[in-house]
Structures are given as C-alpha cells and as structure tokens.
Design a protein around this ligand. Structure first.
Ligand code: SF4
Length: 284
C-alpha cells in the first residue's frame, strides 16, 4: 500500500506489466524501504510508464537511456535505492550498449526489463527479442533475424546478478526483485511480461508450456557460471529463477575510495527552495 499512488495505469487489461508494478511495490516494502528512499527511472515504451505508477521518486527518461540516468541518480545520492526499468526494445536494441556497460561496471542498481518480444507502444513491430519467423507489420513474411539472448550476453559481459521471472508468478517475481535490490552490484532481471494486444504467439499459455523453473533442476547452483551458461543454452533461455549470482565482487561504488562514507547524499544538497529554483533556472 505504501508504494501505491493514485495514478491509474493505462496499460491494456491483461498486460503483463501490471504484475511487475505490483511486484516492485511489494519487494520495496519487503526490504523495508519507504517511498522517498526509492527512485524508479524508466525508458520509453508501454513499460516505461511504470515510473509514474509507483509512489517513489520517478524519472520517465528517453528511449534506451534509462540506465545512464539511473546511474547518475545513484552516483548523486548514495542513499537512494535505484531501479531502472523498461522494455526489451528499450534495453536490448537502442539501449544495448548501456545495458552491457552497466553490467560490466557493476554499479549498485536493479534493472528490470519487461520482455514482451514485441514493440507494443508503437502498435506491434518486431523487437530484438522476437524469434526468427515472427510475423508483424514490420516483418509480414516473418523475421529473418535471430533473437538476442540477454541472459547469455549478461553472463558474458561479467554480470554479478542475472535472473528471469514470469509476470504471472507474482510470489517468485517479488522474491527475485527483493534479491536484486539486496544484491550489492548491478542486477539484471528479465521478466517475461506478455503483450496481450499485439503478441499472439508468446502468450501466457505459451510461457506456461515452455518455461522451466530452475528450482526444479536438480543440483542447480547459481554461483556456478559455467552451469548457468550451459543451462540457458540448453533451454533456449526459457528458464526462471536466479540464474547466476556473484556476491563477492565489489560494486562500482565500493571501489571508489570514500564513496560509502562521503559520496553525495540528500543531506549534502540541503538546498533552500530559493537556491533550488535558481539552480533549476540555469538549466531552462
Ligand atoms: Fe501491454 Fe501490449 Fe497493451 Fe502495451 S500494447 S499496454 S505491452 S498489452
């Protein structure tokens, strides 16, 4: 309840993004945050609206650029918990460079991708996560490109926390977001979040039939990177759970001498309204 505001989402009824919103709200409460300790930065796309639907600091950025903004927010206020969020087009097409560099930088933010394998906001075109052969208005004879595999890419780029979930599995999704927030470093959480309006292939039923929970794989060990990569490849990326976590590597912030004690915080800004207005005016 604490993270609910009075803005009514204008997603289509049944859109997977509703559950992601609920899971973020629950996870934030479960880790003991209050709204002014959380910042949500989003990109462009249906999913990008999420920063306006949760009671917290919010920044609805530009296409593919939620990660540079989120990293700036974290560096400017060490006390904030920062969640970046967007769609698969946002993060794995125009924003892919930022995704990979944020991963290798290991800055302490949580990145949640609502992966619906299509561009929903622009009314249904092939995205980098659409499978080969996928037919849309932009590929009427079927896509001739291969889909990107974000989990494989993340592991190759040196990710310290890689997870996937399914938007109907609210309990699991909430637990994974909580774990991502608690992780000291960059956490990438890819959420299969169906677009009920434009993607008639990757539906809720399709995911239910095709996803494998890592908890059902005997002796799966999320600290074993080789097993993580092998499992993703064997299941064509269709697994849910914490795929890989390295809790030993230091985050970007921890490697900056003095940041933990002396990095910027809200208190350091301590601006009067007059000073704030003057500063804001300089940017207008
Ligand atoms: Fe969700 Fe698709 Fe509707 Fe966008 S178009 S709100 S992704 S169901």
């Amino acid at each position: 309840k604490e993270f609910r505001n009075n803005v009514k989402p204008n997603w289509c009824p049944g859109c997977g993004d509703f559950s992601v919103q609920a899971a973020i709200q629950r996870a934030a409460a479960n880790v003991g945050l209050v709204p002014d300790e959380l910042a949500i930065v989003s990109g462009i796309g249906c999913s990008g609206r999420i920063s306006g639907y949760i009671k917290s600091y919010g920044f609805h950025g530009i296409h593919g650029r939620c990660l540079p903004i989120a990293q700036g927010v974290k560096m400017a206020n060490r006390e904030l918990t920062v969640i970046a969020s967007g769609g698969d087009g946002d993060g794995f097409a125009i924003g892919m460079g930022h995704t990979l560099h944020s991963i290798r930088r290991n800055i302490d933010i949580t990145y949640i991708v609502m992966d619906n394998q299509i561009y929903g906001l622009t009314k249904g075109q092939t995205s980098p996560r659409s499978a080969a052969g996928f037919k849309t208005k932009s590929t009427p004879k079927g896509s001739i490109e291969q889909a990107v595999s974000p989990m494989e890419l993340a592991l190759s780029a040196g990710a310290t926390f890689v997870a996937q979930s399914f938007s109907t599995d609210l309990k699991d999704l909430t637990a994974i977001i909580e774990a991502g927030i608690r992780h000291k470093g960059f956490s990438l959480i890819n959420v299969f979040s169906p677009c009920v309006t434009y993607n008639k292939i990757n539906t809720y039923d399709w995911f239910k039939e095709n996803l494998t929970k890592l908890s059902t794989i005997e002796q799966y060990d999320p600290s074993d990177k080789q097993q993580a990569m092998q499992t993703i490849m064997e299941h064509d990326g269709l697994v849910t759970g914490i795929i890989y976590q390295d809790s030993n590597r230091q985050s970007y912030q921890e490697l900056i001498p003095g940041y933990k004690e002396e990095g910027l915080s809200k208190a350091d800004l301590n601006l009067s309204q007059e000073a704030f207005d003057q500063m804001a005016g300089e940017f207008m």
